[in-house]
Design a protein around this ligand. Structure first.
Ligand SMILES: Cc1ncc(COP(=O)(O)O)c(C=O)c1O
Length: 392
C-alpha cells in the first residue's frame, strides 16, 4: 500500500490470511487429505465437465437444487438425519463462504459474534469484514468447552452469532451434544425467539472418533442451529471449493438474501454432484487417516522433548490433524522442520504446533524431522572446563 488509496482504516497494515507455504516436499500444514481423488472419480468429473461445456454460455441454477438435494441425502445418511431435504441445505465456495453468508445475514454494525479461544483463525476475519463485533470465551486447559464461561459470555456480550468449531481447529476437540444443546437453549429468549444463530462448524466431522457425535440431528429441534461441513477435508476435494450447511429452511432462506448472484458456478455444482455420487470412493481413505491420526497421537505422546526432559503435550484429536508442543521457541522448531522438508503449522496457543495427518511416508518423515529439530534446539553441551574469566 502507500499509493494513497482510500483503504478502510481497519485494513491498513493488515497481512492477507493464509498459511506460510515453505517449499517443503511434505506438506502437512493446511489439513488437506493427502490422497488424490482415484481414477474413476477423475474420469467421471472429466465427463461431467465435457458435457457441461456446451452450456457454459448460460448462468447456472442459482438455487442449485440438484446439489442441495444430493447434499441432504449424503448428510442425512452420514449424520443420521434422514429427514434432511434440499430446503435445509445451503452451499458456498468453501464453508468459509457459507460462514461469511451467516455473518452477512446475522451480523453487522452494532452486533457481536462469539466463539471460543483458541479456534480457527479465519473467524475474526468474517467479523471484521462484516463490521461485526468479536468476542471469545476461553476454553478449558484441555481445550474442551468451559460451559460456565461460554454462558457468561453469551449473557454479557449478547451475541447474534455463536460460531463454534467441532472438531475444533487447531486443537481437534469436539463438542458433546449436551453442550451444543446448552448453548442452543441459552440463545433462546423466554418468548421462544432466538437471540442468536448458533453455528457448529463440522469441517472435520468425518474424522471423528467412534462415540463422538455430530450436531446435525439437533437441527430438527432448533431452527436457530446450523451445522456447516466441507468437501475440502475428508472428501479430498479442497481444490473444488465447496462447503455446505444444514439448518432450518428459515435459516437457509436468510442466506439467500446475501449471496451474490449465481455464486456457485456450474462447474462447482457439477463437481459437487460427482463427489456425492462417488462419495464411497472419495471417502475411502478416511478410516485409514483416522487410524494414522490415532497412531500419530501415540507416537507424539511417547516423545521426550530434550529441552524439558518431559513428554510432549499432545491434544486429543477428532480431526485429521494433531496439536502438539510445547516448545520454548515454536517458530525455531517450525523453521527447522521446514528446512528438513516438512511443513507444519505455527498456530494455536503459544508453544504449540499443528501437524496434518499425511500418508504413512509423510508421517514418518514428519517424526524424523521433529526428532532432529528437537535435538537441534538443544543448547550446546556445557564444556567441563570453566570458561576463562576476565580477559580483554
Ligand atoms: C474449522 C474450519 N472450518 C472451516 C474451514 C474452511 O474450509 P473450506 O472453506 O475449505 O470449506 C477450515 C479450513 O481449514 C477449518 O479448519
Amino acid at each position: 500500500m502507500g499509493f494513497g488509496l482510500p483503504l478502510r482504516g481497519d485494513l491498513a497494515g493488515v497481512e492477507p490470511y493464509g498459511a506460510v507455504m515453505p517449499p517443503a516436499a511434505v506438506r502437512l500444514n493446511v489439513n488437506e487429505n493427502p490422497y488424490a481423488p482415484p481414477p474413476q472419480v477423475r474420469r467421471e468429473l472429466s465427463d461431467a465437465v465435457a458435457h457441461l461445456a456446451g452450456e457454459l454460455n448460460r448462468y447456472p441454477d442459482q438455487e442449485f437444487l440438484a446439489l442441495r438435494g444430493a447434499l441432504a441425502e449424503y448428510l442425512g445418511r452420514e449424520a443420521d438425519a434422514p429427514w434432511l431435504t434440499a430446503r435445509h441445505m445451503w452451499a458456498g465456495n468453501g464453508s468459509n463462504e457459507v460462514m461469511l453468508h451467516v455473518f452477512q445475514a446475522f451480523g453487522g454494525p452494532g452486533r457481536t459474534a462469539m466463539s471460543l479461544d483458541p479456534t480457527y483463525s479465519m473467524y475474526p476475519h468474517y467479523a471484521r469484514d462484516t463490521h461485526t463485533g468479536w468476542v471469545t470465551a476461553p476454553r478449558r486447559s484441555d481445550f474442551r468447552l468451559d460451559l460456565p464461561a461460554a454462558l457468561e459470555t453469551i449473557d454479557s456480550a449478547k451475541p447474534s452469532i455463536v460460531l463454534l468449531a467441532s472438531p475444533n481447529n487447531p486443537t481437534g476437540t469436539a463438542l458433546q451434544l449436551d453442550e451444543v444443546e446448552a448453548l442452543a437453549q441459552a440463545t433462546l429468549r423466554p418468548d421462544g425467539q432466538a437471540q442468536a444463530v448458533v453455528v457448529i462448524d463440522e469441517a472435520y466431522a468425518e474424522f471423528r472418533r467412534p462415540g463422538t457425535p455430530s450436531a446435525v440431528p439437533l437441527v430438527a429441534q432448533y431452527p436457530h442451529l446450523a451445522v456447516t461441513r466441507t468437501m475440502s477435508k475428508a472428501f479430498a476435494w479442497a481444490g473444488v471449493r465447496l462447503g455446505y450447511m444444514a439448518a432450518s429452511a428459515e435459516l437457509t432462506d436468510a442466506l439467500r438474501l446475501v449471496r451474490l448472484p449465481y455464486h456457485l458456478s456450474a462447474l462447482t455444482q457439477a463437481a459437487g454432484l460427482v463427489a456425492l455420487r462417488q462419495a464411497d470412493a472419495l471417502l475411502a481413505a478416511v478410516a485409514q487417516l483416522r487410524q494414522a491420526r490415532d497412531q500419530l497421537v501415540r507416537d507424539l505422546q511417547r516423545r521426550i522433548n530434550p529441552a524439558t526432559g518431559r513428554n510432549l503435550d499432545v491434544a486429543e484429536s477428532d480431526a485429521n490433524f494433531v496439536l502438539f508442543g510445547r516448545f520454548a521457541d515454536r517458530h525455531a522448531m517450525w523453521e527447522q522442520m521446514a528446512g528438513l522438508g516438512v511443513a507444519v503449522r505455527e498456530t494455536g496457543p503459544d508453544g504449540w504446533l499443528r501437524v496434518s495427518v499425511g500418508t504413512p511416508q509423510d508421517n514418518a518423515a514428519f517424526l524424523t524431522a521433529l526428532d532432529q529439530a528437537m535435538e537441534a534446539q538443544q543448547p550446546p553441551a556445557m564444556s567441563s572446563t570453566p570458561p576463562p574469566t576476565g580477559g580483554s
